[in-house]
Write a protein that binds this ligand. Sequence first.
Ligand code: IPE
Ligand code: IPE
Ligand code: MG
Length: 250
Amino acid sequence: MAIFSKKAKITQALPDDIVLPKHIGIIMDGNGRWAKKRGLPRTAGHSAGSSTFKKIARYCSDIGIKYLTVYAFSTENWRRPAEEIESLMKIFKSYMLEAIRDFKDDTIVVRFIGDTSKFSQELQDLMKETEQGSKDRAGMVLNIAVNYGGRAEIVTAIKNICADVNSGELDIDNINEQTVSDYLYTAGQPDPDLIIRPSGEYRTSNFLLWQSAYSEYVIMDDVLWPDFTKEDINSAIIEYSKRNRRYGGV
Ligand code: IPE
Ligand code: IPE
Ligand code: MG
């Protein structure tokens, strides 16, 4: 993983001839530290982070990104205090109500990836409504990873593969890497080209483990997610465009 500091960048505007990543992943991290720095409760950081998310998702769609996957809540985030989880659920709910309200004039396809069965029935219904109402659009696919864990995703895929082998639908000899990809939440989508993590943690925290085998990581160590700007996305894309992706070749 490369460490990329905002201070080092020269330009923040995207050159016209830039090769855009088709799929960007973002680990939206640093909400709690952002709030702490301001003497606010962590929940204030999550609200601010939610506004940043809406702004950045819109911007990615505007500049022509085809797939955006954001990490909003991990399978490990249930370990947090009940009141923090409760406030995150409220934020998810208001995002979905807003997304449903804005459906008419939007082009973004919204999908929730993760084990959504652990959420309240109300939230699950809203997630389904949000997905249903946006599925026929032609715009950017926005995957919102909630109760998502890369390991859990792979375990679920293995179980489903085994079930299909048992029922005779799938032949063991035909299982290959593509088969595994086809059983993940992101089936049919290209793997992420670029994964961005603000707030300076140098780890994947269980995000898109299978899909990120050859993703380019840009860790930004001087910006917390609520402060993340369009210029920050631009600089991550510019950094990505300079990478030499060899995929094991020379
Ligand atoms: C990311 O920000 C949001 C979620 C994990 C839900 P954090 O809440 O992890 O913020 P820090 O890492 O404590 O600053
Ligand atoms: C990863 O951030 C999950 C999300 C951003 C939703 P965490 O803050 O949970 O990750 P760790 O605990 O620092 O690894
Ligand atoms: Mg964190």
